[in-house]
Structures are given as structure tokens and as C-alpha cells.
Design a protein around this ligand. Structure first.
Ligand SMILES: Cc1ncc(COP(=O)(O)O)c(C=O)c1O
Length: 367
């Protein structure tokens, strides 16, 4: 392996922890008898997607067409794009992808449904679609209610579209004030969706897939009868935001950023070579986050990553801390999913030793 690949700042994945995280989520789904379709936007690495499938996932979820294309190239055969795909250029790519693999896509408007129907008819496909439901995040998705039944009925009338299911993402759990509220949001996510599925059935538009999930809510939503599929993403790595929510422990965190101290300009200040272009300024997207600083320096509670400029991380030191230029620190980032998107490669380790280099193949695939 090239020396450059180990030099800091470097993203490091503890492969043993990663495999354990993958297995634990698979075991949860097996125990509940529900399908696992992990979201790969968290790692963007085909080898990790293939490991998730090997551990029992039925397919994967992607946010972007480009991510899905990259995963299909690596051999993934069943992909759900949990997002709205619109506009001629993307629809053409969607149809090309759907011709080669089992592909499904989100929809939450009749206008978008008509575009999907048109491209499916033009290319002789039947496109699987899942209606997105808003269970509280207030991003995309229809509010549960008659508007869902109305859209479902219209979708049913289109022979080129197959209404496969409904899906939601309770991302507002990231704004929760602690584990109890996370649990409440997770149960609610499952219950709202299961009830909606019953209403759809009663209205003559039954759905086979009721898909839910975020990493914080997964284990709670999975308890609700009627939920058929879980789509967590971040759980492969976990991160400081999950720690703050009480979802994981430090020992579960599989992704770290390794950085070197480059300056000790004052007794209470050190500077590392990882700034916002390695750690990002992310403190959590959906609500007031409980994190402190811009990551957790492993084994060094007296160090706080107080500020980031692009290429510098500014650490505040407790007086007892000893840290010198050239020292290397290991950081659990606040948000693993956005950190991954900053690196071309990650260094896979086992028992602290370099084991392999993984290419973040779907990095930057935001179209
Ligand atoms: C639609 C959708 N499904 C699933 C997930 C996975 O959630 P998490 O990253 O919390 O595991 C996300 C994350 O953003 C998402 O947007």
C-alpha cells in the first residue's frame, strides 16, 4: 500500500467494528422477520454494500441516481432510490438503470408520477414506485391521509408503474433530546406507516412494502407489526451524533479521522491538520444537536475540537493534557456520512493495523 494513503488526515475504518455493526442490524431484522435495505449514502463504498447483502440485506437504498449507478456497476442487483427523480436527463438514466437491475424509486406527486410513467412507457418498462410519506421530518413526502390514497389509486391505473409500497424516514429523530424521545419517534414512525398501509388496503390499494428507518429509530420502528422493511444507513459506522443521542457507544464507532498536531501556539491550544475539509462543520442536520465541538478525540477527554477552518482544526486543551507537534490523534467525527464524502479512499484496519484500502466509489455522486 502506498505510504500516502496512510498519511494524515486520513479516514480510518475499523473493519471488525464495521462487520459487527452490519451483523447486529441484520440480526435485529432477522429476529423481527423484516427485510433490511440499508442506505449506502453513509459509506458510498461498494465493498461495504456487498458485505451488507452477504449479511442478509435484500437490497440497498440510495439517495442519488449516481450512487445507484455506481453500486449497480459493482454488482448490486436490487436498489431503491429513496428520493424523487425528475427531469429528462435523470429519467433517461433511471430507465437505463432499471433495464439492468431490480430498481424502485420514490414518488410523492402526481406530476412526478406522470414523468415516471412516460419514461417507463417509452422504454417498455414497468417501474416499481414507493410513495414517500412525511411522518414528521417535514422534508419530502405526503402527510398520511386521503392524499396518499388518492395518489395510490392513480398510480394503480398506470400499467407502466407498479405501486410497490410506502416509505418514510423519521430523520427528525436527530433533533430528539435523548433516547426516550428517539424511541417515541421511532414507534410513531412505525405505527403511522402500518396504519396507513391498513387504510390503503381498505381502500383497495394494498401495498406489499412498508419501509421505514433511520439509524436512531430503526430498532424501535422494527417493533411495530406491519412494518416490512428497515432502511438504516449510518449504523455501519455510527458517529458522535449517535453517541449524543444514546444510540451507540464509543466502542461501536467504526469510522475515525486520524490527524496530526501541526502547531502548539499556546498552552491551551493545539492545531491539527484536519479542518472542515476532513471533519466537516456538521453538527447534525435536523434540529438542535447535542454534540460538543466538531468530533470526539478518542481517549483524550481533555481535548475539545473547538473550531475548524478548512485545513486546520483548533483544539482547546485542559491544563493537564500533554500534546506535542507530530502527535497523532484519532477523532470520531460528528457525522460519519458527510465525512465519507470528503475522502477518495478510506484505510481499513484490523486490530489497529492497516488491512486494506477501500475506494469511496460513490463519493461526490450527487446527481
Ligand atoms: C430516505 C432515507 N432513508 C434512510 C436514511 C438512513 O438514515 P440514517 O442515516 O439515520 O441511518 C436516510 C438518511 O438520511 C434517508 O434520507
Amino acid at each position: 500500500m502506498e505510504e500516502l494513503l496512510f498519511d494524515t488526515p486520513v479516514a480510518v475504518v475499523d473493519l471488525d467494528k464495521l462487520e459487527k455493526n452490519i451483523e447486529q442490524m441484520a440480526a435485529l431484522c432477522r429476529a423481527r422477520g423484516i427485510a433490511l435495505r440499508p442506505h449506502i449514502k453513509s459509506h458510498k463504498i461498494p465493498e461495504i454494500a456487498l458485505a451488507q447483502l452477504k449479511a442478509g440485506a435484500i437490497g440497498i437504498t440510495a439517495a442519488k441516481l449516481g450512487e445507484a449507478e455506481e453500486m449497480a456497476r459493482a454488482g448490486v442487483k436490487d436498489i431503491f432510490i429513496a428520493n424523487q427523480i425528475t427531469g429528462p436527463a435523470k429519467l433517461k438514466r433511471l430507465a437505463a438503470l432499471a433495464a439492468g437491475i431490480k430498481l424502485s424509486v420514490g414518488v410523492d406527486s402526481w406530476r412526478n408520477a406522470r414523468e415516471l410513467d412516460q419514461i417507463a412507457r417509452e422504454t417498455g418498462l414497468v417501474l416499481d414506485v414507493l410513495v414517500e410519506i412525511d411522518t414528521g421530518l417535514h422534508r419530502c413526502g405526503l402527510e398520511p391521509g386521503p392524499q396518499v390514497i388518492e395518489l395510490a389509486k392513480k398510480l394503480r391505473e398506470r400499467p407502466s408503474l407498479h405501486l410497490k409500497g410506502i416509505f418514510t424516514h423519521a430523520g427528525h429523530a436527530y433533533g430528539a433530546r435523548g433516547p426516550a424521545q428517539v424511541e417515541e419517534i421511532g414507534r410513531d414512525e412505525g405505527q403511522v406507516m402500518a396504519q396507513l398501509a391498513r387504510q390503503l388496503k381498505a381502500a383497495g390499494t394494498p401495498v406489499e412494502v412498508v419501509s421505514v428507518g433511520s439509524t436512531p429509530t430503526a430498532r424501535h420502528a422494527a417493533q411495530v407489526p406491519g412494518v416490512t422493511e428497515l432502511r438504516p444507513g449510518n449504523y455501519v459506522f455510527y458517529d458522535a451524533i449517535q453517541l449524543a443521542l444514546g444510540v451507540a457507544a464509543v466502542g461501536n464507532c467504526a469510522l475515525t479521522v486520524r490527524a496530526t498536531v501541526i502547531s502548539r501556539p499556546a498552552p491551551d491550544r493545539a492545531v491539527i491538520d484536519a479542518g472542515s475539509k476532513a471533519l466537516n462543520l456538521d453538527k447534525g442536520a435536523h434540529g438542535a444537536s447535542l454534540v460538543r465541538g466538531f468530533g470526539i478525540v478518542l481517549g483524550r477527554p481533555g481535548l475539545t475540537i473547538e473550531r475548524l477552518s478548512e485545513e486546520h482544526g483548533i483544539l482547546a486543551l485542559d491544563p493537564a493534557e500533554i500534546l506535542d507537534v507530530g502527535d497523532v490523534v484519532e477523532i470520531i467525527p460528528n457525522h460519519a456520512c458527510t465525512v465519507i464524502n470528503l475522502f477518495d479512499t478510506v484505510l481499513g484496519t484490523r486490530k489497529g493495523k492497516a488491512a486494506e484500502v477501500l475506494r469511496v466509489a460513490a463519493r461526490g455522486k450527487s446527481r
